[in-house]
Design a protein. Sequence first.
Length: 603
Amino acid sequence: MKLKDSQAVTSFNYGWLLKRIFPYIKPFMGKVILGFIIAIPVGLLDGVVSFALKPYMDYVIGKTDIVLWNYTIPYSYLAYAMPFFIIGFALFQGVLRYLNSYLTDWTSLKITNSVKQDLFSRLVYMDTSFYDQNSSGIVINRYLTDPDTASRGIVDQIKTIIVSFFGAISLIAVMIYSSWKLAFVGVIVLAVAFLPVLLIRKKIKSVSNQNTVIVGDITTTMNETYSGNKVVTAYNLQERQIEKFDEGIKESFNVLISLTKRVGWMSPIMYLIASFGIAFVLYYGTKLIYTNQMTPGSFASFVTSLLLLYKPIKTLGNTLSGIQTIFVALGRVFELFDYVPKIIDKNNTDKSIELTYGIKFENVNFSYDNEKTVLNNINLEIKKNETLAIVGNSGGGKSTLVNLIPRFYDINSGSIKFDNTDIKEFKLKDLRNNIAFVFQDNFLFTGTIRENIMLGKPNATDEELYNAIRASHLDEVIYSLPNGLETVLGERGLTLSGGQRQRVAIARAIIKNSPIVILDEATSALDNESEAIVQKALDNLIQNKTVLVIAHRLSTIKNADRIVVINDGQIVEIGTHDELLSLENGQYKHLYEMQFKNNEVTV
Ligand SMILES: Nc1ncnc2c1ncn2[C@@H]1O[C@H](COP(=O)(O)OP(=O)(O)O)[C@@H](O)[C@H]1O
Ligand SMILES: [Mg+2]
């Protein structure tokens, strides 16, 4: 799945999306609803001020006493009461507003977190090919930013809608109370003013999709600048990085501004329509006052309500287009949820792994893209506890071949078997538990050396740990560090040299103690001296193991029980070092003459 190509087709399926997000809202439903309920009075209180204007104008300004049933209240009481009323009202509304934002923030953060956690727990199980196809930037954007936009927004926007809606309702109620005739005109004008919102949602979706890709690219540039900082500096690529970054920023600007071009006129248009309404109301209202059909107080209430109404209406307008963005993000989020990795456990597999005879490749064909064949009809058997060296031309398919055993990729046809059981019959977890992999460049996690080694076997005893450290020749390294085993490695384990990093990785593999060991150019990146010691560590790792080793050093290759030569995706020769050397015009002999012979480690 290429994240870049996402169309987020479900973005307008509001019902479906709400149904999907509902399980995440459900655990916090009580608080969500409470928040929404509190939002109602917060909104309704909007009308109080304009409502209070009527008695204030008619009694206090008009100096008329108030007659309630049989009591007469002097107008001055109302005048004195007003300031207290205003402060009390502000206090009340303040408390409600606080409660409301606390509840909505709390719930929306909780909801966002559970969506993110769920997404992340899917991300870590994605196929290797998923990581091949998608850059870090778009993954971060889709797995972190989208759920933020989507689930935080949803509660927040619903709250805003409720507050604005009830704000509008209360103001409209005051208007109707003041003069239903005028209110009628006002409401119709407003309804018309809203229509444009519906016209722009497609544009919002396409802009949001495009912008996700662009922001993903920007993040990738960021990550590459970080990870590739040495290359950037060494090749003076700073300008290039700046250009790439600027390009992304510019592109994002253009896309977003194209939306503003479309959306930006909405608000002025709504305003214009509203001003027609206000103009008419003023004209008509004056007429009603002159003909004594309305008191000046009612009119003041009405006009204030109408003016105040602009705010919640504008907020509603903005929220309605904002909520489109949220639904588009939600669409993208649930698209991720629906992507299931292709490489998964078969139903009801509980076959335990026992390697008695060995690993067998039978007529294996493989292609990364279903176009270019990378491995062509591979038949190969690795006997238990045998060490098989794999050599061949660069790009010939050696790494691909070994990557198929832990099922980083699934083959197109044929089968790979442990004894007589297809590896697809095993649980992925079991399969990978049985294999220790050492790559050319091994990733060390942020954490201590101890933690990095223990990743191979989290419940290892101290004895196992020290054995692994000794066997990987890490002891001298650890002794030389002031914090020893507790030395914290940087984000990329930068404080260690290549050979030292490699030995940490080998210690991790040794402590894992799995029956199958795969070494993919584990020493290729090292200088002769580090290579010699890493080689010793590797020798300890592969004792009594079934081993596949891709190597370019003669000693490693010679020590292997057998050697297979893979050129351009095909097995061309297989046998012992001596057997293969004796082949006249043999491929191995050729490689040996050209490469291995002169490539020996001198210790
Ligand atoms: N992740 C991948 N996606 C697509 N093609 C790949 C991938 N990895 C390797 N290839 C291609 O597969 C072929 C074999 O690569 P590889 O197995 O890495 O060769 P080797 O390890 O023998 O140098 C090459 O043509 C390479 O370009
Ligand atoms: Mg390779």
